[in-house]
Design a protein. Sequence first.
Lengths: 106, 164, 278
Amino acid sequence: MAKPLIKVPPTAKKGEIIEIKTLIAHPMETGYRAGLNGATLPRDIIRRFVCSLDGEEIFSADFSPAIAANPFLSFFTRIEKSGSITFQWTGDNGFSVSETVEISVS
Amino acid sequence: MSSPISPPCAVERRRFLRQTAECAAGAAVTLLLAIRPARATPEEMRAAIRQTIGPAAPHDGRVLLDLPPLVENGNAVPLTVTVDSPMTGQDHVVAIHLFNEKNPQPYVASFHLGPRAGRAQVSTRIKLADSQQVIAIAQMSDGSFWQGGAKVIVTIAACVEDVN
Amino acid sequence: MPMPRPSASTTYEKSRTSTRHPLALTIILSTALLALSPAQAANLTDNRRSGYAFMGPPLRAMQDDDMTNPASLWQRDGETLWAEPIGEAGRSCADCHGDAASSMRGVAARYPAFDRTMNRPIDLEQRINHCRTAYQKAGPLAFESHDLLALSTHVARQSRGLPIAIENSKALHPFLAMGRSLFHERQGQLNLSCAQCHDDNAGRSLGGATIPQAHPTGYPLYRLEWQGVGSLQRRLRNCMSGMRAAPYAFGAEAFVDLELYLMWRANGMPMESPAVRP
């Protein structure tokens, strides 16, 4: 499946509040739906999302099955220094995806 | 599962559409009754809120939950939560929790913020099984809780994929 | 649903007699319409509206921004597949076609298109599979498979904003006529035709949904109901289920004829691929 889409401004001014957007491919199967044969489809969801700057958590989220398939998130952070922003999604069935984006602060 | 489709409607030309709509709506309702597990009641939502935030009683206000009043499909309902907070070291939002009344599970998600966020605003997309109220509760750094809600009407499409 | 293929002229008579309009006038009109260029056809039918126009602002916003449009995930996979060498030929799409942004610009807006080897129109998915089997010496991808949808989404994305431009060629006329006939044919337990909903009652409500005019401007598209990307044929199968009719198989000639007619009917309207729909 596709790499997640991440939108972070490549540069920012020191102290600027930036918006970060993420979109990741995942079925977010609820565990409440019936499949073609009538049997319930087992739950398969992303349970946690963490965003860190140089290892320090700046935002995180806990998901339930009610988060829509192919989860989208938008949130804000105040950027004080250049660094690596890491995004990590973990969930059922060993799901684990990690991405890193560099941001340069002037 | 036996077919939820009602007996074929006797269609007269001038009335076919109305009746088709009724057939479709009838089929959809039957389908929902047949496959949906028991839904969360507002009482269950209150229990889920207690489980997440403890015994505190949230105050009304400071939380704006922006949700479209009507959506064409409940599978991806966009929402934005904005909390009125200076987001300083002394006074900021610690977390935002989302709940709903009528999904199989009342708990939707939690977002953890801090003074580093700069702005207490989060957007995502959620599933809603039916028209209902959604509630957002903000947990502040001083230990207080504030809440805002919004009602959304979820319509059901007519010619949907026949998977069940 | 097997049915004999009538000639163009008998198709018109058969289909038009099932509508309310005076027969003679509509035969003349429909024959004249087929002879028009896409631009002329667009001018005659400027009250056409894409399904986009029937959606609320939140869904429109979801479609308009690549960052919120979930079909972007498929398109990005298609971009990767485009450059991957495959098959016995060890060739990628890019090896022949180069950068899709230039070589595929406007291509999806012209499909289904007449294929000389098949001697009939083929749709974009069939064209991709034709490349795979004939030039890359790889097996065809299954209809609605992730990889085929990813590739067709990537190709169709390069036509976004361009007008639909089905060629006005004589070779296509019998297939257009067949598609038109299928569009007007009553079928299924509800004894409905496509036209009864999408021509006669477009804009009105069916259940909780507004009936659109059935212009396929945004395929492949992300449907909230599917929670994924699907082709026009998948949508047509859903329509047929709604009519309580047995859907044609994926890839059936009848589907391609219907796709051709629908795209021709939308000639001149801007492509939105990949669109978002409820």
